[in-house]
Design a protein around this ligand. Structure first.
Ligand SMILES: Nc1ncnc2c1ncn2[C@@H]1O[C@H](COP(=O)(O)OP(=O)(O)OP(=O)(O)O)[C@@H](O)[C@H]1O
Ligand SMILES: [Mg+2]
Length: 665
């Protein structure tokens, strides 16, 4: 019987067997088992045996609660852990009289169930029917039996604790984001948590008992093993891995520490952390820091270039429009103008790169933009890279409503990508660019016979900073910016197909320009003559260009350096003031404020090369000013001047002149 009890794990069952065996095995007639609740500090009825016929049912018995600190004899036995043989209950004042009434017991004995450290409960037995006395020998046997039960209960408690702590440990290990593995001395897996299953794509059932290291690339596994042999542990050891399922490369960090065990010898605990996202984020941060540094550099350079460039563009245009340009100079002049415009385009592309550019959408012809882009890049593509360019442009396409500069930027990026892809493989390269009108959309495709895009990269193409190009060659922004430009115009930029055999094709589709956009393509404003304009700038080269542009329109113009300009402004009666913004100590802002204080304020046109300054842009916006960025073309400058001169000046009072409709930007 003792053996059965020792093997049983369930407390309830052990108690029942103990009671039944005590009563029947040791020759008693009935029995009750009380259980000690150490937290509530009470004794409660747990099970009853042979009580039928008495007034006490087991259900009622289980409701019985005796505080451990009471004077009840049961509580005393629980406290002292000593058996008691009650031969004349009536004479035992401490004993619960209610219980005696209920059970009708005349004599009984109480024996504690003892574990090695505590009392689990009490067994009460009697021979009520026969009245047979309970001897010291009976008590002795019952005590031995209760002690065995105590051991069984202790075992059950220990096993329960172990199971509970195992469950807790398993939940913790499996709930950890890191892959955790236990290894035996031979580096074979003994523990494999859920994150390890996910990270390596191998189920615990397939991994347990197998070696861990073959899951890493062989060379790195060898280095890892060598480091373990040398140092006895590794911490944050960088290893490349492969993502389960997709096969994408991952960056793992492995920490492996030895666990010395007395019985099994040395074992290892291994934690593998997936660092891929973190590494990518770090790289992105570095790139964006670089980008912002590049951005600052670019905006600085652009600012410096804008002033001289404005002069080159201006003079070239003035010369070209002069009445009799010498015949011999005409071709040279055209060359200067084309290249000056190209420089202007490059500066504005650079600026667009570092700011969210304000788009100047207009109805434009996609074929013209393609031709312009090819003109810009043909030399590089055909001459330096030896790639054949094939053009299949459909005639008579409807115009699209987009900023032509930005659309050009899209083509430049797609063409550069195509060139890079062609250069990455051997054989003759070819890039085909097509345009068409189908399903109500204007379409363009760029196809190359380059290296193609790996399948696993195809979903990442349009993510910022995704690039497969070497450090310094690609920023991974080209396609992101391109898609943004196209989508802002209601169109789409998509990868049509790509593979090592087929090469790659990207498709652009744009809705045709609607009637509603027509006002955007309105003709330039008409000439306004006979007005007086004051031009203030510290760029001496630029002053004569603006002067001649205004004079050429039939208006009087005066030019001045900043201080002198401020003085003249107060003295003269001007219809319009054209002022630069950054002029050393005196700013365009001071000129503007002085102008607005005049009794009859003139119109105000701001010109600036500092087109990235957010505070300046905000000020312009707040005052609803017309501002044209340097370098500007003659049409742009004349257009702005004409618009402002067309607004009638207030002749009386000091109120601000209305500048609405001034074409502010
Ligand atoms: N025609 C193509 N053929 C093969 N791969 C391409 C092609 N176009 C784009 N890709 C792939 O897409 C990636 C992202 O292109 P994206 O233009 O956005 O950035 P990038 O060219 O790497 O850098 P950036 O354009 O900013 O200088 C490229 O690195 C390349 O791997
Ligand atoms: Mg690119």
């Amino acid at each position: 019987m003792g053996g059965t009890i020792l093997k049983k794990l369930n407390v309830e069952e052990i108690c029942r067997i103990c009671l039944e065996a005590s009563v029947t095995g040791l020759g008693f007639e009935r029995g009750l088992l009380y259980w000690i609740d150490p937290v509530a500090k009470t004794l409660t009825g747990k099970c009853a045996f042979g009580m039928s016929g008495s007034g006490l049912t087991e259900v009622n018995f289980r409701k019985r609660v005796i505080p451990l600190d009471s004077g009840d004899i049961l509580a005393q036995v629980a406290r002292t852990a000593r058996p008691v043989n009650v031969t004349a209950p009536g004479t035992e004042p401490e004993y619960n009289p209610e219980f005696l009434r209920e059970t009708g017991s005349k004599a009984f004995c109480l024996v504690p169930i003892l574990g090695s450290e505590k009392v689990y409960g009490i067994v009460a037995v009697d021979n009520r029917r026969s009245g047979k006395p309970i001897t010291a020998e009976h008590m002795e046997n019952l005590s031995i039996f209760c002690n065995t039960t105590g051991l069984a209960l202790q075992n059950a408690e220990l096993i329960e604790n172990i199971l509970e702590s195992q469950a807790r440990y398993r939940t913790t290990i499996n709930g950890t984001a890191d892959a955790i593995a236990g290894l035996n001395e031979d580096f074979r897996v003994t523990i494999w948590n859920k994150s390890a299953e996910r990270l390596f794509g191998v189920k615990a059932g397939d991994m347990l008992g197998n070696p861990l290291l073959p899951l890493f690339p062989p060379e790195e596994a060898r280095l890892l093993r060598a480091e373990l042999d040398r140092a006895g542990f590794v911490r944050d050891f960088a290893v490349r891995g492969r993502q389960a399922g997709t096969g994408a490369e991952t960056n793992l960090s492995v920490t492996c520490t030895p666990i010395e065990r007395e019985v099994q010898g040395r074992e290892w605990s291994v934690v593998v952390r997936d660092m891929t996202a973190q590494t990518r984020l770090q790289a992105q941060l570095i790139r964006s820091e670089k980008l912002s540094a590049v951005g600052q550099l670019i905006s600085g350079i652009a600012h410096e270039l804008n002033n001289p460039l404005a002069a080159v563009v201006g003079y070239a245009e003035l010369l070209a429009r002069s009445e009799k340009p010498p015949e011999s100079l005409k071709a040279d002049l055209a060359y200067i103008m084309t290249n000056a415009r190209r420089c202007r385009g490059i500066v504005s592309t650079l600026l667009n790169f570092v700011r969210q550019p304000q788009a100047h959408k207009t109805a434009c012809r996609i074929n013209d933009v393609i031709e312009d882009t090819l003109d810009l890049m043909r030399y590089k593509i055909e001459k330096t890279e030896n790639i054949a360019l094939v053009k299949e442009l459909a005639a008579a396409l409807p115009p699209v409503f987009i900023d032509p500069q930005q659309l050009g930027q899209v083509f430049v990026n797609c063409l550069s990508n195509a060139c890079d892809a062609v250069a990455a493989r051997t054989g003759s390269g070819e890039i085909t660019i097509t345009s068409s009108f189908a399903d109500g959309k204007v379409r363009a495709t760029l196809r190359d016979n380059g290296c193609g895009i790996d399948r696993r990269h195809q979903d990442s193409l349009f993510q910022p900073f995704f690039t497969t190009k070497p450090e310094g060659k690609g920023t991974g922004l080209g396609l992101v910016i391109s898609r943004r430009i196209i989508e802002e115009c209601g169109g789409a930029l998509t990868l049509l197909f790509s593979g090592p055999e087929t090469g790659t094709a990207f498709g652009i589709e744009l809705p045709p320009a609607e009637e509603a956009y027509a006002p955007q393509c309105a003709p330039a404003p008409g000439r306004v003559t006979g007005k007086k304009v004051l031009i203030i700038d510290d760029e001496e080269d630029l002053l004569p260009v603006m002067y001649r542009m205004i004079k050429g329109d039939g208006n009087a113009a005066e030019t001045a350096a900043p201080r002198e300009g401020l003085a003249r402004l107060a003295a003269g009666d001007y219809d319009l003031v054209v002022s630069d913004m950054e002029m050393g100590a005196l700013k365009g802002r001071d000129i503007y404020e002085a102008a607005m204080k005049l009794p009859s304020p003139p119109g105000f046109l701001l010109i600036t090369g500092d087109v990235l300054n957010p505070a300046l842009l905000e000020w312009i916006e707040q005052n609803n000013l017309t501002c044209i960025p340097k370098p500007f073309g003659m049409d742009e400058f004349s257009g702005a001047v004409r618009k402002l001169l067309a607004v009638p000046r207030k002749r009386e009072g000091g109120g601000k002149r209305s500048r609405r409709g001034g074409g502010g930007r």
